[in-house]
Design a protein around this ligand. Structure first.
Ligand SMILES: Cc1cc2nc3c(=O)[nH]c(=O)nc-3n(C[C@H](O)[C@H](O)[C@H](O)COP(=O)(O)OP(=O)(O)OC[C@H]3O[C@@H](n4cnc5c(N)ncnc54)[C@H](O)[C@@H]3O)c2cc1C
Ligand SMILES: NC(=O)c1ccc[n+]([C@@H]2O[C@H](COP(=O)([O-])OP(=O)(O)OC[C@H]3O[C@@H](n4cnc5c(N)ncnc54)[C@H](OP(=O)(O)O)[C@@H]3O)[C@@H](O)[C@H]2O)c1
Length: 280
C-alpha cells in the first residue's frame, strides 16, 4: 500500500509537507491476536526524547486520515521508529493497521510530545517504570536509551497484563537488552543488575502474579527484588496504563510521599495514558 498523501491530506498543507508525513513499514511482528509491533522509516528531520509520542495513522476509505496517538517504542538513537500496538477489532485505526506489511506506507506526523521524559523528573537513585498492556511502549524506548542509565543507578520495569502471552514483547525486549553489546560495553556485566524486570499476570496463573498496585501496597515487590520501599529521597517513577490504572498507581505513589511532576516542573513521578478508554 502506497499512500497518496497529497490527496488524502488535502489543503491547507503543501505537497512537500504531506510527502514527509508518509513513512514506509520495514517490519511487522504479531505477538498475539490482540498485539503487534512494527517498524517504519524515520524522517531525517525527526528529533524526539525517548518516551514521547506522535500521531500516526492510515487513510480511511475516502482518503481522510485516521490518526491516533502512539508512543515511540524505539530509543531516540535508532535509525528507524518502532511502535507497539493493540488490535481493536472494530477500532477505526487498528482494524486496518493490524494488516500492514513491509513496504506499505503509514502517515506519521513528526511532532513528538509527552510527559514520560527523563527531563520531567528530579535526579534520583532508582527509576520505576509502571505499565499495563501496551503502556510498556514508552518504556521500551526509555529502557533502550543509555541516558536512562546515566541518570539512574537502577531501573525497575514492572509490567502487568491479563495473560502471560501478552507479556511476550516486553520479555523479549528486556532479554535482548541484557545482552545488548552497546550497554554491555558501557556498563559491563553489571548491567543485568541495573535493569530489574518484574512481569506479572492477573487472569492467568504464572510465575509472578498480581496487580502493580497490590504488589506495591503489600510490599511484595520490595521483598521479591530485595529493595527498600519507595521513598521520595531516592525513587522516581513513570506510569503508563489505562485511566483507572493511572489514577490508582498515582494514589499509591503519593502514599509513598512522591509528587507528580511535568516537563515544566520536574518532581518525583509522571503519568501518561496508554489509551483513551472507558472512565474509572
Ligand atoms: C498518549 C497516548 C499514547 C498512546 N500510545 C499507544 C501505543 O503506543 N500503542 C497502542 O496500541 N495504543 C496507544 N494509544 C492508543 C491509540 O491512540 C488508539 O486508541 C489505539 O491505536 C486504537 O485505535 P483505534 O482507532 O483502533 O480505536 P479507538 O477508537 O482509538 O479505541 C477504541 C477502544 O479500544 C480500547 N483501546 C484503545 N487503545 C488501546 C490500547 N492501547 N490498549 C488497550 N485498549 C485500547 C479503548 O477502550 C478504546 O476506547 C495511545 C493513546 C494515547 C492517548
Ligand atoms: N473481556 C476480555 O477478555 C478483554 C480482554 C482484553 C481486553 N479487554 C478490554 O480492552 C480494554 C483494555 O484491556 P487491557 O487488558 O489492555 O487493559 P486493562 O483492562 O486495563 O488490564 C490490563 C492489566 O492492568 C490491570 N489493571 C486494570 N486496572 C487496574 C487498576 N486500576 N489498578 C491496577 N491494575 C489494573 C489488569 O488487572 P485485572 O485483570 O485485575 O483487571 C490487567 O492485568 C479494556 O476496556 C478491557 O475491558 C477485554
Amino acid at each position: 500500500m502506497t499512500l497518496d498523501l497529497t490527496v488524502a491530506d488535502a489543503a491547507p498543507k503543501t505537497a512537500k509537507k504531506t510527502q514527509s508525513d508518509a513513512q514506509t513499514v520495514t517490519s511487522v511482528t504479531h505477538w498475539t491476536d490482540k498485539l503487534f509491533s512494527f517498524r517504519v522509516t524515520r524522517p531525517a528531520s525527526l528529533r524526539f526524547r525517548s518516551g514521547e509520542f506522535v500521531m500516526i495513522g492510515l487513510p480511511d476509505d475516502n482518503g481522510k486520515p485516521i490518526l491516533r496517538a502512539y508512543s515511540i517504542a524505539s530509543p531516540n538513537w535508532d535509525d528507524e521508529l518502532e511502535f507497539y500496538s493493540i488490535k481493536v477489532q472494530d477500532g477505526p485505526l487498528t482494524s486496518r493497521l493490524q494488516h500492514i506489511q513491509p513496504g506499505d506506507q503509514i502517515i506519521l506526523r513528526p511532532k513528538p510530545v509527552g510527559t514520560l521524559v527523563l527531563d520531567a523528573l528530579l535526579p534520583g537513585k532508582r527509576l520505576w517504570f509502571l505499565a499495563t498492556g501496551t503502556g510498556i511502549a514508552p518504556f521500551a524506548s526509555l529502557m533502550r536509551d543509555p541516558e536512562t542509565y546515566e541518570r539512574y543507578e537502577q531501573v525497575v520495569m514492572m509490567h502487568t497484563c491479563r495473560t502471560a502471552d501478552e507479556l511476550a514483547y516486553g520479555r523479549e525486549l528486556v532479554g535482548d537488552l541484557k545482552n545488548d553489546p552497546l550497554l554491555g560495553e558501557l556498563y559491563g556485566k553489571d548491567f543485568a543488575s541495573r535493569l530489574l524486570y518484574y512481569p506479572t499476570t492477573t487472569r492467568e496463573q504464572s510465575a509472578q502474579m498480581g496487580r502493580i498496585t497490590d504488589n506495591l501496597n503489600s510490599g511484595r515487590i520490595f521483598q521479591d527484588l530485595g529493595l527498600p520501599p519507595i521513598s521520595p529521597e531516592t525513587d522516581r517513577a513513570m506510569i503508563c496504563g489505562s485511566l483507572a490504572f493511572n489514577v490508582d498507581v498515582k494514589a499509591v505513589l503519593e502514599e509513598f510521599g512522591l509528587r507528580e511532576g511535568a516537563n515544566s516542573e520536574p518532581r518525583e513521578f509522571v503519568v501518561e495514558k496508554a489509551f483513551v478508554g472507558e472512565g474509572v
